[in-house]
Design a protein around this ligand. Sequence first.
Ligand SMILES: N[C@@H](CCC(=O)N[C@@H](CS)C(=O)NCC(=O)O)C(=O)O
Length: 211
Amino acid sequence: MKLYTYWRSTSSYRLRIALALKGIEAQHVFVHLVRDGGEQNTDAYRRINPQSRVPALELDDGTVLIQSPAIIEYLEERKPSPALLPRDPVARAKVRSVAAIIGCDIHPLHNVGALNYLRGAFDRTEGDIAGWVGHWVTAGFAAVEAMIADEGYCFGTEPGLADVYLAPQVYAARRFGVLLHAFPRIHRVAELCAAHPAFEQASPSNQKDAE
Ligand SMILES: N[C@@H](CCC(=O)N[C@@H](CS)C(=O)NCC(=O)O)C(=O)O
């Protein structure tokens, strides 16, 4: 298996955590998202992922899967244990709701491509960008904070799908200078995740392409 990844990419980070939690090894292929206009925008990489984004997972038969939610669900189906989702349908829906807030309603608004478009097409300053990111992260985190548990990980004593999404989003929030003091539950979960070996192995600073 090959994982196309970039150390600081939050969606790659998500997938790295899911792989590590499930004990699945993948050879890392580094795609530099910033240098020389971004390696994701080369013809060679577009042949791997027509959307020009990371992550992508190439299976041993050459099949390439894209989009971290789809890939993580694939991993869950192929290797159900340890489970990232609870068995109860309502509990599963709640976990997926938190994942969707982060994956659909926060992360796309600060993806490198979206921010570069704001900078270029709308002539926005770095101050504007920071305000934009802070606004959307804070709004999304307020909802997540209200939905997750008072103790332990997001939904229990073992890390699951919501934690797989939340830890990288906290990393991104800190990188953009978003203040998290209003979110004690999120802060607690982030601390727990940081101490977990799978999250540590997947963390940006532990990647071979980290700068
Ligand atoms: N929904 C996608 C998002 C993928 C995504 O936006 N990846 C970012 C890095 S976190 C990327 O490759 N951006 C490159 C670009 O926008 O040019 C997923 O979860 O896989």
